[in-house]
Design a protein around this ligand. Structure first.
Ligand code: NAD
Length: 510
């Protein structure tokens, strides 16, 4: 396709598509081929302020925050219907722009994203009032709590699950009655743009309720984090940028939720059923090339079953097939970018220098069809010690660090010895033993005999430096609400008021 024929995407501000003020555009690439897929508006600080202003006006004087929960829920259900009807368009962009394989896009990312959107459409109808237990001291009063939207939410998302992360941000925010400025990652704006295009085409949202700004994180993100008109920042991305965001958002004391990095432990117990635990460990690590925050990239294997486990794990990992994302036979597509590939290659070098054994060493494919993509096959390091960099730092690529253990208590201790605490896996034939281990792990989600299963009804988020707050479930909705206590005194005379005898009895009646 010639450069002129490529689609050019504008900014979405106040219900309209609009060119960026400086008329600058960045290319969006296919990481499997290096081809340019489209041109995407590059917003500057002023464009971002326009979007914030639109969201502020929509919140302060538009109908969305005042709408009844039932009406908001009805409109959000209609939006999910529209997304479902065009889900193929979203899936195709997730493959082309995100390097997501056909099976993952069509069987997981898009249907799961729609399910999660539907979950929040349903929750939007929930009554925002909660009773408070009745009290008679200091006086008889009627008390209740009202959940209200926070206001304008700046939402910043990463490149690894572009559609799902956009849904996790906008669906709960809209369900609770907020107005939104969404900033997708620069590598992967296309499925979020499609999401907003489909919502725009429904005509269901009042102008300014949902705005989308594409552009560099340092400029757009910084404006969102410092603007006094933004009430909340919701960020998913690296721990490093999360730290900066917490600092910049502090100047206006914004509400902040952060979903950050991980280096999650995956613990095989000596009674685990190996067929499932071996494939489960491959799924835990190599799903989407390890480009998932909660990937089980530190694998703890008991000495008593080590040889058998490792032989089969390495054999099966070596059969994982790299290929073009759109090919239904592809297990793993490309990494997102040349720089991510360099990061992975560098960590492989670090692992070798640290003295770990490359039981399986990542290779670049020889297939000429893959020559222009950012491809590398899985690496498995054995003889890893937990203090090594390859066991402590988030690589975000297909690299597994295997740690052999003798005592389960020691494995749990090592599993917790990390700055992160996003997720963990435990594999055992005994649910009682597995729950005992899960209880001791310092992580926001623990999967038993499974991995990467995200439940719309359950909270997701991190302990320690993996984040602040939770997404999904009612926890995810409540993260987009302010809580107001309303107290109504029920006593009839002023003398019956609690405060009357404290301040006013000397004054007498008048
Ligand atoms: P990143 O931190 O580099 O970027 C995330 C987003 O922040 C992007 O949109 C980027 O443009 C923006 N950004 C960059 N600098 C900014 C700044 N100074 N101010 C404001 N915004 C800025 O992360 P990434 O490389 O896109 O994604 C990978 C990371 O995301 C990994 O660390 C992964 O663990 C994490 N992640 C976490 C979760 C979770 O739920 N915990 C989910 C997915 C990804």
């Amino acid at each position: 396709m010639s450069d002129q024929e490529l689609l050019t995407h504008q900014l979405y501000i106040n219900g309209q598509w609009r060119a960026p003020r400086q008329e600058q555009y960045d290319p969006a690439y296919d990481p499997a081929t290096g081809q340019v897929l489209a041109h995407v508006a590059k917003a500057n600080a002023e464009d971002t302020r326009d979007a914030i202003h639109a969201a502020r006006t929509a919140f302060d004087s538009g109908p969305w925050p005042q709408m009844s929960p039932g009406e908001r829920s009805r409109l959000l259900h209609q939006i999910v219907d529209a997304l479902e009807a065009r889900q193929g368009e979203i899936a195709d962009l997730e493959m082309a722009n995100g390097g997501c394989t056909w099976r993952k896009a069509y069987l997981m990312d898009i249907p799961v994203g729609l399910l999660h959107f539907r979950h929040f459409a349903k929750l939007a109808a929930s009554e925002p009032l909660e009773a408070v237990p009745q009290i008679t001291f200091p006086a008889l009063s009627y008390n209740f709590v009202r959940r209200e939207p926070i206001g304008v939410c700046g939402q910043i998302i990463p490149w690894n699950f572009p559609f799902l992360m956009a849904v996790w941000k906008i669906a709960p925010a809209l369900a609770a009655g907020n107005c939104v400025v969404l900033k997708p990652a620069s590598y992967t704006p296309l499925s979020a743009l499609k999401l907003v295009e489909i919502i725009h085409d429904t005509g269901l949202l009042p102008p300014g309720v949902l705005n989308l700004i594409t552009g560099p994180g340092g400029v757009v993100g910084n404006e969102l984090c410092t603007s006094p008109l933004v009430d909340k920042i919701a960020f998913t991305g690296s721990t490093e940028v999360g730290r900066q965001i917490m600092q910049t958002a502090a100047s206006t004391v914004k509400k902040v939720t952060l979903e950050l990095g991980g280096k999650s432990p995956n613990i095989i117990l000596d009674d685990a059923e190996l067929d499932i635990a071996i494939d489960g460990s491959l799924w835990a690590t190599f799903m989407h090339n390890g480009q998932a925050c909660e990937s089980g990239t530190r694998l703890f294997v008991p000495g008593s079953r080590y040889d058998e486990f490792m032989e089969r794990l390495i054999d099966r990992a070596s059969k994982i097939k790299l290929g073009l994302p759109a090919d239904g036979n592809t297990d793993l597509g490309p990494l997102i970018s040349a720089s991510q590939l360099r990061t992975v290659e560098n960590y492989i070098k670090v692992g070798l220098e640290e003295g770990a054994t490359p039981a399986l060493l990542g290779q670049h494919p020889t297939d000429p069809e893959l020559a222009h993509g950012h491809y590398i096959s899985p690496t498995i390091f054995t003889n890893v010690r937990n203090e090594m960099r390859i066991a402590q730092e988030e690589i975000f690529g297909p690299v597994l660090a295997v740690i052999k253990y003798d005592s389960l208590e020691d494995a749990i201790k090592q599993a917790n010895d990390t700055i992160y605490g996003l997720a963990a896996g435990v594999w055992s034939a005994s649910l009682e033993r597995a729950i005992g281990v899960a209880n001791k792990l310092r992580a926001g989600t623990v999967w038993i005999n499974d991995y990467h299963i995200i439940n719309a009804e359950a909270p997701f988020g991190g302990y320690k430096q993996s984040g602040v707050g939770r997404e999904l479930g009612t926890w995810g909705l409540h993260a987009y609400t302010e809580v107001k206590h309303i107290h109504a005194d029920l006593s009839r005379t002023r003398q019956a008021r609690f405060w009357y005898d404290i301040l006013l009895p000397q004054i007498g009646e008048s």
